[in-house]
Write a protein that binds this ligand. Structure first.
Ligand SMILES: *[C@@H]1O[C@H](CO)[C@@H](O)[C@H](O)[C@H]1NC(C)=O
Ligand SMILES: *[C@@H]1O[C@H](CO)[C@@H](O)[C@H](O)[C@H]1NC(C)=O
Ligand SMILES: *[C@@H]1O[C@H](CO)[C@@H](O)[C@H](O)[C@H]1NC(C)=O
Ligand SMILES: *[C@@H]1O[C@H](CO)[C@@H](O)[C@H](O)[C@H]1NC(C)=O
Length: 478
């Protein structure tokens, strides 16, 4: 992070640059005026041939014909349409209706260890019957070797026949003729030729997979073909999406590894597919991926803990190299993901930079950070609708900043929010208890509170000299 002085210094440099630019703009304008005057004189002169004059007229009349250009521009700029690829349907039962989530994975022949069947099994095994109704899994067998594809499809249909029939599992292939050239590509990062070919093809594999999945569901999750899932991962993802309602996001990350556990809105998929195709030979997909998010103006990574997906394989798909990267935030069993229903957040503390109040509530790996609070400061959560709460947990401070906790504070719950100067807020509150060592936790809240809760208020009861980090606020509804 930049310190204040570094920032100040940067601003000074920027300021100087701005002055320079102004000065050079002035002299540039001067030159231009003189040049135009000269041109005018020159053109008025008989030096200009009739034919040239006519050419000039033609070009300017073309430029004045806007329709023609608008038309061309439209053709070039439509990246929200799907790419026209005729897929081979290796095992597809047409979808009767759109699902909530499509899980996409692309698989190629590996030298050592094939985990594709294990991965599909894990997806289905870790989901409940109710969850399965909202999922469709699309597997793209992307290898150009047709006998390998034949062998895989035999095994998949044998093992997962009922999922295929239920339209829950689709297996597709994009024919080689749609691929751009994969030979003689740029050797960025000094990668060996076969590595460049492998990663470039992989970008195209993913582009065609995403393109296929553009209208199968509301959300899309990218997995790889050697992944273990945590129990009821769909419900965990759904809770997170619901708690982010009304906020802007492009990519949510449910694993810190490669191209695993990355979630998109399905409506962004055609654009992401075009994007991967456009830069397919530049760098591997997991390096391209963050650029997509930043280009669509999501500045920071939004990643969730615990991770819901883990690498299964010990060998990478490229040449069977060892690949022991594991996600140490992965939890396979009994996740207790909070519900955090949609809410508005407000604080009258002095917020540091962009560590806003909402960052304590989002469930992502981020937090609220305020300058030293004083007696009477509040941190307020107003739910969209009054709710029944089973459990509340608030943690402050971080491992690195154990002193920046709430040293003296209490937590209140409020009934019936009314309009006020700062937006809706509750008038009457019931005190649930005090923070201990910077934390607050209470179960069975619904048995202690006789009303539906509309507001939660954290109240600072004594001025402290330390800053305050609210790391997470977790609400479980019942
Ligand atoms: C872009 O393509 C989509 C889908 O093919 C189409 O619905 C849309 O009208 C197109 N937009 C423009 C500006 O041509
Ligand atoms: C897609 O491509 C096929 C030929 O490959 C063509 O016949 C068809 O008209 C194209 N469809 C669209 C919507 O461009
Ligand atoms: C395709 O795969 C099969 C079985 O996996 C293998 O025996 C064969 O040699 C491969 N063909 C090519 C051209 O690589
Ligand atoms: C996506 O929509 C198009 C046109 O509406 C349809 O032809 C196609 O089958 C759909 N794809 C899937 C996988 O449902």
């Amino acid at each position: 992070m930049f310190t204040f002085h570094q920032m100040k210094h940067i601003f000074e440099i920027l300021d100087k640059m701005r002055c320079l630019r102004k000065r050079s703009a002035v002299s540039f304008l001067g030159v231009l005026v003189i040049f135009l005057l000269f041109m005018n004189l020159y053109m008025e002169d008989t030096y200009v041939l009739e034919r040239d004059k006519q050419l000039l007229r033609e070009t300017s009349s073309h430029q004045l014909n806007p329709e023609r250009y608008v038309h061309k521009f439209k053709d070039l700029s439509n990246f929200s349409g799907v790419i026209n690829v005729t897929y081979r349907y290796l095992a597809v039962t047409p979808l009767q209706r759109k699902r909530y989530l499509t899980i996409g994975l692309s698989s190629v022949k590996r030298k050592k260890g094939n985990y594709l069947l294990e991965t599909i099994k894990s997806i289905f095994e870790q989901s409940s019957y109710e969850e399965l109704k909202e999922i469709s899994v699309v597997v793209s067998l992307s290898d150009f070797n047709s006998s390998w594809r034949e062998a895989m499809i035999q095994e998949i249909t044998k093992k997962f026949a009922h999922h295929v029939i239920a339209g829950r599992l689709m297996v597709i292939h994009a024919p080689e003729e749609y691929y751009p050239t994969l030979d003689g590509l740029k050797r960025n990062y000094n990668d060996p030729e076969d590595r460049v070919k492998f990663r470039s093809k992989q970008n195209v594999d993913y582009a065609f997979l995403l393109n296929f999945c553009a209208n199968t569901s509301d959300y899309y999750l990218m997995l790889e073909d050697d992944v273990r899932c945590s129990k009821n991962f769909l419900s965990a993802i759904r809770k997170v999406i619901t708690s982010l309602e009304g906020t802007y996001w492009v990519t949510l990350e449910f694993s810190k590894l490669g191209y695993i556990g990355k979630l998109y809105h399905s409506h962004d998929l055609p654009r992401l597919a075009h994007f991967l195709l456009m830069f397919y030979q530049e760098m591997p997909c997991d390096w391209l991926m963050p650029y997509f998010r930043t280009l669509l103006a999501q500045k920071n990574v939004i990643r969730f803990k615990p991770s819901l997906f883990q690498h299964m394989g010990y060998y990478s798909s490229y040449k069977g190299f060892d690949n022991k990267l594991k996600d140490d935030d992965f939890e396979e069993e009994s996740l207790d993901i909070p519900d955090n229903p949609p809410a508005k957040l407000y604080t009258n503390m002095n917020v540091f930079e962009n560590y806003d109040a909402s960052k304590a509530y989002s469930g992502a790996d981020e937090y609220f950070w305020g300058k030293p609070p004083t007696t009477g400061n509040i941190f307020l959560i107003v739910f969209e609708n009054p709710i029944i709460i089973s459990k509340i947990k608030v943690t402050t401070g971080t491992v690195d900043r154990q002193n920046e906790i709430l040293h003296h504070g209490v937590l209140d719950v409020g009934e019936e929010a009314m309009a006020s100067k700062i937006g809706k807020q509750c008038v009457t509150y019931l005190r649930l208890g005090a923070f201990k060592n910077g934390n607050f936790e209470m179960a069975d809240v619904n048995q202690k509170v006789p009303f539906n809760i509309h507001c939660i208020r954290i109240h600072v009861t004594k001025t402290q000299k330390e800053w305050l980090i609210i790391r997470s606020i977790s609400i479980w509804t019942s």
